[in-house]
Design a protein around this ligand. Structure first.
Ligand code: ADP
Length: 610
């Protein structure tokens, strides 16, 4: 029995500079001891598994070689003589190198052989190969240098604990503001005295053998001024000792400055949002979670900054929920922003109502699926109360104005009747003109009344079944009497029945025809078409008027919005007509839109579900 732990044996193994392994033959062939040179050879040839037992070698030896190896081992143990064998390790980095294994039995008197000593030697296929290998080596060095030089990064190699600059590429020299003579062959403290602070950190790599990264390193040299990321990678020798350090430096000035700009913009945004008392929120659509900013949390008077969607929905006034859902769904569908007002009910001791305005936009993933919606909110309760007071005032004044106007109309009609009876034409004509003006005034007052009713949510639909074509024809006839200046044509079938609020739809048609007359020249044509498309009734009012610019179209249906142009300057109006039309049509679950070409004319459409 040999003592594998014997210091003598260990010293002997260590002493040998060529790879040596001791095998135990039985019960299976295993490696019981090996020296550093063997370990180094295995590491160098790229081997991962150690040459431990024959069953884990197959990736190293071919099947034939495995059989030869077993046979050789048997021969050595039986004949108790030395045997040699040449194999070609499959994972060897060099195809021209073989291993020569020499097995010697450990003889212990006449006992059967229990251990084998195997020495390993790298041998070349033939003598000519040597020059070939040397050539390959110089080639690969040239390739390495080429890579080193052309790398779009600053690179250098520091040798030994003194950190002598062995290689440095042009990029790094440019960064340093030095030429090769000033750095190559010199220790770092001489070559780059400005790096005094980092020296001990770099030297520690020799001990720790771990790479280090210095991020956002600020460098200011006469030629380069900016931020860099520096990577120090230990390079090890066969004995796993760090002998050199590979330094890679990348210019990240742009990224760092961009980050700084971003932070600055974020700060400015925060200041602006704070100043305007605006809060922000973010809905994660997959988690159905809403994250609130501090101010948004304050507006909602919540103790936490997270809210799930159902919780948020339960706070919104039931009547506003549909409006909010519709607005957001439409924005998601059209991929644009939404801007909606709604009321929330606060619970608990602070139970009260608040008016909120929220605006937001969705963000989509690569497949076009919305992933989150982000936006801002504002507490508009105060403004809303002012608005409600103003609306109440308008509605009161409009009411008060309407009463005398109604009696005035009645008196005018009475007088007209009387004058017609006595065939007094002139006063009857004047009275007709007064009547037209009174109708215009009544329409305007109705407009204001409708706005205030709409704003306060008091407008209710009184739906009935009626023939829309008939309604359009009646309105057209009335309009022709009041404005005989235009040619008005109705195109469509005889009958289309809809279930809607007749008065309000009548108002919409009146408004659209009124506008077509107002914004087009005398004697031009106005065409009103009715058709059924995909279960919707679509009504269009087409004129040959002044048209509308693309930019104005998006805001046309806003309250009090009027196009400002030399053409519209002299035309009276308050900008409420289309707003009311849009509200009425929306409440009927329909759609309203316009197509227009400046100077050519416009077509206003609305649709109603059938
Ligand atoms: P008002 O006509 O009282 O100003 P509306 O809400 O009815 O208010 O219309 C808003 C604006 O839309 C108008 O000021 C006008 O500039 C534009 N507009 C409406 N209808 C037409 C049309 N048929 N042709 C051109 N411009 C129009």
């Amino acid at each position: 029995m040999i003592d594998l732990a014997s210091p003598f044996l260990k010293a002997l193994l260590k002493h040998s500079t060529s790879p040596v392994v001791i095998f135990k033959i039985k019960p299976i062939l295993v490696v019981v001891e090996y020296n550093d040179a063997y370990q180094a050879l295995i590491t160098r040839s790229g081997g991962k598994s150690k040459f431990y037992d024959i069953d884990i070698i197959p990736n190293l030896l071919s099947d034939d070689e495995k059989i030869t190896l077993i046979k050789t081992v048997q021969k050595v143990s039986e004949s108790k003589t030395k045997q040699a064998l040449i194999i070609h390790p499959i994972y060897s980095n060099s195809p021209n190198v073989n291993w020569e294994l020499e097995f010697s039995p450990v003889l212990q008197s006449d006992r059967p052989v229990e251990y084998l000593i195997c020495s390993l030697k790298e041998v070349l296929n033939d003598e000519h190969e040597l020059s070939h290998i040397l050539f390959e080596l110089s080639e690969s060095e040239a390739r390495f240098r080429g890579f080193f030089e052309q790398a779009p990064l600053g690179m250098c190699v520091l040798k030994g604990i003194e950190l002598i600059t062995e290689y440095a590429n042009d990029n790094i020299l440019k960064l340093w503001g030095k030429n090769r003579k000033e750095v190559i062959g010199l220790p770092l403290e001489k070559a780059r005295p400005e790096l005094e602070m980092q020296q001990s950190l770099i030297k520690d790599i020799f001990k720790n053998k771990q790479p280090i990264t210095i991020n956002e390193l600020k460098l200011s040299t006469p030629v380069s001024d900016g931020y860099f990321i520096a990577l120090y990678e230990p390079l090890k020798n066969d004995k796993n000792e760090v002998t050199r350090i590979l330094v890679i430096i990348k210019d990240i000035t742009e990224q760092v400055n961009f980050k700084k700009e971003l932070l600055k913009a974020k700060d400015i945004l925060k200041i602006a949002m704070d100043a305007s008392e605006m809060g922000s929120w973010n809905i994660d659509l997959s988690q159905k979670q809403i994250l609130l900013s501090e101010r948004a949390q304050h507006i909602y008077e919540l103790e936490h900054n997270r809210l799930n969607i159902d919780e948020a929905k339960s706070m919104i006034r039931a009547e506003d929920m549909a409006k909010l859902t519709r607005g957001i769904t439409r924005a998601l569908h059209n991929r644009d922003a939404f801007n909606i007002e709604y009321q929330i009910n606060l619970k608990g001791i602070n139970a009260k109502r608040k008016w909120i305005r929220t605006a937001g936009k969705a963000y989509y993933n690569e497949e076009g699926k919305p992933i989150y919606i982000a936006g801002a909110i504002l507490d508009i309760t105060e403004n809303k109360h002012d608005e409600i007071r103003k609306n109440d005032f308008i509605s009161m004044v409009s009411h008060e104005l309407k009463t005398p106007l109604t009696s005035l109309s009645a008196y005018v009609q009475l007088l007209q009747h009387k004058f017609k009876e006595i065939d007094n034409v002139f006063p009857a004509q004047i009275l007709e003109k007064i009547n037209v003006q009174l109708k215009k005034m009544a329409l305007m007052i109705d407009g204001f009344l409708n706005v205030s009713l709409l704003e306060s949510g008091k407008i209710l639909l009184n739906k009935t079944n009626f023939n829309l074509i008939e309604l359009i024809k009646t309105i057209t006839e009335e309009t022709k009497m009041v404005s005989p200046s235009h040619f008005i044509q109705v195109i469509g079938p005889e009958k289309i029945f809809v279930n809607a609020d007749m008065d309000k739809i009548g108002n919409v048609i009146n408004n659209l025809i009124g506008n077509a007359i107002k914004y087009s020249k005398k004697e031009s044509l106005i065409a009103i078409k009715c058709e059924i498309k995909n279960n919707y009734l679509v009504v269009s009012v087409e004129d040959e008027g002044i048209g509308i610019r693309e930019n104005d179209i998006t805001r046309l249906f806003d309250r009090f919005y009027r196009v400002e142009s030399p053409d519209t300057k002299t035309i009276a109006g308050f900008g409420v007509g289309l707003y009311i039309c849009a509200e009425v049509i929306e409440r009927h679950q329909g759609k309203i839109w316009v197509e227009s070409r400046l100077g050519k004319g416009s077509t206003f459409y609305f649709s109603l579900p059938l």
